[in-house]
Ligand binder design. Sequence first.
Ligand code: CP
Length: 328
Amino acid sequence: MSTFFRGRHFITTEDFKRQQIDTLLDLSCELKTAFAHDQLTPWLLYKTVFMIFYDSSTRTRNSIEAGITQLGGHAHFLTPDRLQLTHGETPEDTAKVLSRFGHAIAIRACEYGKGNNYLNRVAEQSRVPVLNLQDDIYHPMQALADLMTIQERFGKDLRDLKVGISWAYADSHLKPLSVPQSQILLFARYGMDVTLAHPKGFELTPEIVAKAKENAANHGGKISISHDMDDAFNGADVVIPKNWGGFFAAPSLEEIGAKAKQHTDWICDERRMNLTNRGSIYMHALPADRGKEVVDSVIDGPHSVIYDEAENRLHTAKAVMALTIGGR
Ligand code: CP
């Protein structure tokens, strides 16, 4: 594994050593301070990032687009219908051509069973870094911003910090598994004591959970699984209740939706927040399904750090781009 960033793909934090994640976080903090002082750093002058979005986005698109602009470069916002992808152009040909024109290819492709495969096919043929803007397995940009937000509140040493990651009810669409999966993988490497709660049938990918447990064993962390939402809140310092699709719950999307409807009581409310530790924080990657995943008085209340968390997407995205596209 290389110790350098320049030219590296950023598809999962698992490809980076703990020390390298620390470097990314340190740089994110520096960039945040510089931004607060209105000091922009043109480290990526005239560089182009091609952003291919198969799925919609508020935070990810705009953090990359604003971020590369603030670093002196430029982003192209692309969707499959604006490329030849809808006419069947292969990921390999797209990768070879775009990497001759610019300096990074950033992709969001969340379709279950396909997204990560698409990113890896592009990455294999790209001469420039491929940045994962969320696929069906990983959302490394989100996990990095979440870790930064937790460190801002609880300090750099997060060993034994009690974190509850819980499934929560929603019916807007089947949300990917990638946010909680990236969180358990990364948080375990920082020694956190994570309780993962979900109804039966709403498991995360078994290989990812096994890897997170291995990360925890190697770094003094803990991953416990529960089927009671309250367990994620009891004595927690950080709670992250969020919906994800029950891709293992049933064979069809309609049946998964029907199974989810049996768990409308999996909501983050005041009673559950009262189970947490004093000074606990409520996090959500957003967009949140208000009234289903969480009540307004919690998401808009004193525990909530959702806008700090969202803002940190900008600073962490800039750090990733600065070191993978630039750097040395
Ligand atoms: N958290 C997140 O990835 O937000 P968007 O879907 O709006 O990009």
